[in-house]
Design a protein around this ligand. Structure first.
Ligand SMILES: [Zn+2]
Ligand SMILES: [Zn+2]
Length: 171
């Protein structure tokens, strides 16, 4: 497992609640750290097997171009897109830094950081697997009968089973 990072992606964006920020925009730096399984990519030397820098950059660019009131919303948008794009994502950390925020004095930067860990342990076989723990999780698409789902929740709680265990119950 390895961390892959893109640091200091610079954008001029129009986030914020103040009129000046919305009209003139502010300079931002975005840092993304991604933990993913890269064994297959290293063995094959193929870029499509790993988390691709260009895709990370484009995801950040798309979210930065969308003006938001809060940096927190920008962070959530980047994380949601990254999860959707890279199925091998084990953990992610995203930091958005606003340079020289207009606070009436000299301030270098203000930043907000969010991190999320998607490695969970399957409640049936105890194997580690990727689970987002919310409605966006891959397991929500598993073809399970409603009655089977209820039995699983009674037996294992709402924690997701791993892919091979889900397959045992899918019809
Ligand atoms: Zn399992
Ligand atoms: Zn899940």
């Amino acid at each position: 497992m390895a961390w892959i990072a893109l640091e200091g992606m610079r954008f001029h964006a129009y986030h914020g609640v103040y009129d000046a920020e919305k009209a003139l925009g502010t300079e931002y730096l975005v840092d993304v750290y991604v933990k993913a399984g890269i064994a297959k990519a290293a063995a094959t030397d193929q870029v499509d097997q790993t988390v691709n820098y260009e895709v990370i950059f484009r995801i950040c660019q798309m979210e930065m171009e969308q003006p938001r009131h809060l940096i927190e919303t920008v962070l959530a948008g980047i994380i949601a897109r990254m999860k959707h794009q890279f199925a091998s994502l084990q953990a992610i950390r995203v930091r958005v830094r606003k340079l020289h925020p207009p606070l009436g004095g000299r301030v270098e930067q203000a930043w907000v950081e969010e991190d999320a860990d998607f490695v969970a342990s399957c409640p049936r076989c105890k194997k580690k697997h990727i689970c987002y723990g919310d409605q966006t999780c891959w397991c929500k698409e598993a073809n399970l009968h409603p009655a089977t789902k209820e039995t699983l929740i009674r037996q294992f709680g709402t924690t997701c089973l791993c892919e091979s265990c889900v397959k045992l119950y899918a019809g």
